[in-house]
Design a protein around this ligand. Structure first.
Ligand code: PLP
Length: 391
């Protein structure tokens, strides 16, 4: 189905669906075959060639969602990140990356790239001029994530893309935090768009998958490496992901609403020191977010004030669980100082603006009244007694 004319929810529901000609079932049939007879030498179907019927159909939906020509799906977000980066970088090449990127991507660079002779520079903020200042003669790629983890900084997509084009460089974005519902980087000239589909695309905390969307030329280049590295996604998970994507627009828009309501609610509470959410007018990236995002997203962060025990607060929450990962229909949180940024020293965290009592919150789709009540009762149960504070 041609999709550009259709709205987001229609694309989520229908684009790329496989027809059940035999029984006329409502959903795409699942083809689990790992062996396909071939009568046309040009089409040899095989799961690791990323071309089973279900894989190809899902890629049409993802490309349509990200306004690109083509897409590929992988066994994890990191398979998508590593394959996409390595497809364009060779020994001696250089990539510019903000230090605040997802920890797994940071580890990929710092633990693996040296082995392959690939150079990288970290920049300390997400401004286009910082990317520009870090460009060297051998720079090939500018890599970004916006909104960033965990403080939701916003990078100017058009400015980075214009900069890259003026220097003949590629741009690659991890668009996981925004999801295709809230941000379509291709519209701003970004070349390659990556998702941990484990997050908003899957949305139910039961799938591990990755996706990359780009022009046909770029996807073909990524595919050449992908088939050799072998990070394809099993057809059963492809089918589950297709099902999840049907409700992505509904889920993510509900998560946006809950995140906005929670950010405004937390901001008014005297027990909360700071709230970071691009939807708030006083967030430094608010204006930029308004100009390049369709919604402010389901992720927010906040700091507890000195009168609240972090440990007790987390233990006292009843609906919201401290959990790895994010973006499921259930609200979850992580403490960056103990998880994603746990390997940094307190001083390094301070420099990055990550305080010890910062909480990164992934808004789910629960009724907002219940989330607020859960937070209120947890704050009530985690007040530090005044004699302890005075001592
Ligand atoms: N990118 C971001 C922003 C993430 O949060 C994650 C996982 O948490 C990944 C990439 C890696 O995805 P996966 O765990 O599916 O490999």
């Amino acid at each position: 189905m041609k999709n550009r004319k259709h709205g987001l929810n229609t694309v989520c529901t229908h684009t790329g669906e496989l027809k059940d000609e035999q029984f006329k079932g409502a959903v795409s049939p699942l083809y689990m075959s790992s062996s396909y007879a071939y009568d046309d030498v040009d089409i040899k179907r095989y799961p690791r060639y990323f071309n089973t019927p279900n894989q190809e159909a899902l890629c049409l939906k993802i490309a349509a969602l990200e306004h690109t020509e083509k897409a590929l799906i992988f066994g994890s977000g990191m398979a998508a990140v590593s394959t996409s980066m390595l497809a364009f970088l060779k020994s001696g090449d250089h990539v510019v990356v903000p230090r605040q990127i997802y920890g797994g991507t940071y580890n990929l660079l710092t633990e693996e790239f040296d082995k392959y002779g690939i150079r990288y520079s970290f920049i300390e903020d997400t401004k286009a001029e910082s990317f520009e200042n870090a460009i060297q003669e051998n720079t090939r790629l500018l890599y970004l994530e916006t909104p960033s983890n965990p403080l939701l900084y916003i990078t100017d997509l058009a400015a980075v893309s214009d900069l890259a084009k003026s220097k003949g460089l590629l741009t690659m974005i991890d668009n996981t935090f925004a999801s295709p519902v809230n941000q379509n980087p291709a519209d701003f000239g970004i070349d390659i768009i990556i998702h941990s589909a484990t997050k908003y695309m899957g949305g139910h905390s039961d799938i591990c998958a990755g996706a990359v969307a780009a022009s046909a030329e770029h996807i073909d280049q990524i595919f050449q490496l992908a088939k050799n590295l072998g990070g394809s996604l099993s057809d059963y998970t492809v089918w589950l992901l297709e099902r999840s994507l049907k409700t992505m627009g509904l889920r993510v828009r509900a998560q946006n609403e809950n995140a906005m309501a929670l950010a405004s609610f937390l901001k008014k509470l005297p027990e909360i020191a700071n709230v970071y959410y691009p939807g708030l007018k006083d967030h430094p990236g608010h204006e930029l977010a308004c100009s390049q995002m369709n919604g402010f997203g389901g992720m927010l962060s906040f700091e507890l004030g000195p009168a609240i025990s972090l440990e007790q607060f987390v233990k006292s929450l009843q609906l919201v669980k401290a959990s790895m990962s994010l973006a499921g229909v259930e609200s979850t949180l992580v403490i960056p100082a103990k998880t994603s940024h746990g390997l940094l020293s307190v001083e390094e965290r301070k420099q990055a603006g990550i305080s010890e009592n910062l909480i990164r919150f992934s808004a789910g789709i629960e009724d907002i009244k219940d989330l607020k009540e859960d937070i209120e009762q947890a704050l009530e149960h985690s007040r530090i007694k005044s004699e302890v504070l005075d001592s």
